[in-house]
Write a protein that binds this ligand. Structure first.
Ligand code: UDP
Length: 340
């Protein structure tokens, strides 16, 4: 049997591929290489030679997915392939609905045709929108405030209805939707790492400033109702996130539907992240205070109690300096990303 990983050349998908290969799984990675990196796949080829199969395929190409699933005996899918910039989703909503929602529909249809029995879906805390309270958990109402969040919530709904039909038709299908917070850090062995173009995420942006790749870091908003006036977010290490995927994959039983909110359960402010980067890198850099970024709530952090009590998962990286350190190691080696 094999696991098909969509978006396998992307940041989170590539970490999933590495982990699955290390666990002895046969992995079929698909990626259209629009924002993924062929170099990541090349690097991953060395983990367990012969057990990674890569196909440059878009998830919209249902027939190719069915062929790959059938050829390799895929029984489980981990679905990461998606566009993931909130701001871009506001200006280009159709791209988000086509790639994220219609793309997932095509993938689920392929799963149906190829009798795939488990699917772990990379959802997002953006499906919760602006929460009435923090920490957020699975009972927080899902009310997205941007097309990115909607594009993923629609997929949760498609999965819900498909899983229901499978139960009625006695087809053995199960799925989980994992709603992540801010994913951070990189493979501690630096085989693969975080490389977005454009880069907008806080930790890599600050690291770029520390390494002189970027002129300065801008703090978006210093007048929030938080202890230091800057936004608070929950930064979960990418390896912890993948641990959770693997635990969920193993736990899924036919007919299961599982939803988990994935974060470390603790928030850090923008200023705290900047201080952490200074401690870890020993470097100083230019900081500019700017206006709030539209649509940024003051505080978002998770209550990961459900996945902890049901699957025994909790984040192993809870110290922000440790998380930043793994990101720094990668950036030190690859200040310009994979392109170098
Ligand atoms: N942020 C910032 N400067 C930047 C990038 C991000 O002040 O150059 C802030 C942003 O306003 C948010 C937090 O850092 O409060 C995390 O932003 P990121 O884009 O990394 O993730 P998001 O929480 O938007 O998914």
């Amino acid at each position: 049997m094999a696991v098909l990983v969509t978006g396998g050349a992307g940041y989170i998908g590539s970490h999933a591929v590495k982990r699955l290969l290390e666990e002895g799984e046969t992995v079929v990675a698909v990626d259209n290489l629009y924002r993924g990196h062929a170099e990541a796949i090349e690097a991953l080829g060395s983990v367990k030679p012969g057990t990674l199969h890569f196909s440059e395929t878009d998830i919209a190409d249902r027939d190719t997915l069915v062929r790959l699933m059938t050829e390799h005996g895929v029984d489980t899918v981990m679905h990461f392939a998606a566009l993931a910039y909130v701001g871009e989703s506001v200006t280009e909503p159709l791209d988000y609905y086509r790639n994220n929602t219609a793309g997932a529909l095509s993938l689920i249809e392929a799963c149906d045709k190829a009798s795939v029995t488990k699917l772990v879906f990379s959802s997002t805390c953006a499906t919760y929108g602006e929460p009435p309270k923090v920490p957020m958990d699975e009972n927080t109402p899902q009310s997205p405030i941007n097309p990115y969040g909607w594009s993923k919530l629609h997929v949760e709904h498609i999965l819900r209805d498909y899983a229901h039909a499978c139960r009625v038709n006695q087809k053995p299908f199960s799925y989980a939707a994992l709603r992540y917070f801010n994913v951070a850090g990189s493979d501690p062995e630096t085989l693969i790492g975080e490389d977005h173009e454009p880069e907008t995420h806080l930790i890599p942006v600050i690291l770029e400033a520390a390494l002189g790749v970027r002129e300065k870091i801008m703090i978006f908003g210093t007048d929030y109702d938080t202890p230091d006036g800057t936004c608070i977010r929950d930064y979960i290490h990418v390896c912890d996130l993948i641990d959770a995927h693997v635990a969920v994959m193993h736990a899924l039983k036919p007919g299961d539907e599982r939803f988990y909110t994935l974060g470390i359960g603790n928030g850090y402010s923008v200023r705290e992240i900047i201080e952490s980067v200074k401690r870890v890198t020993g470097k100083d850099f230019k900081i500019e205070e700017a206006d709030r970024r539209p649509g940024d709530p003051a505080q978002l952090f998770a209550d990961p109690g459900k996945i902890n009590s049901e699957l025994g998962w909790s984040a192993s990286f809870t110290d922000i300096d440790e998380i930043v350190r793994t990101a720094y190691r990668w950036f030190e080696k690859h200040p310009n990303g994979y392109a170098e």
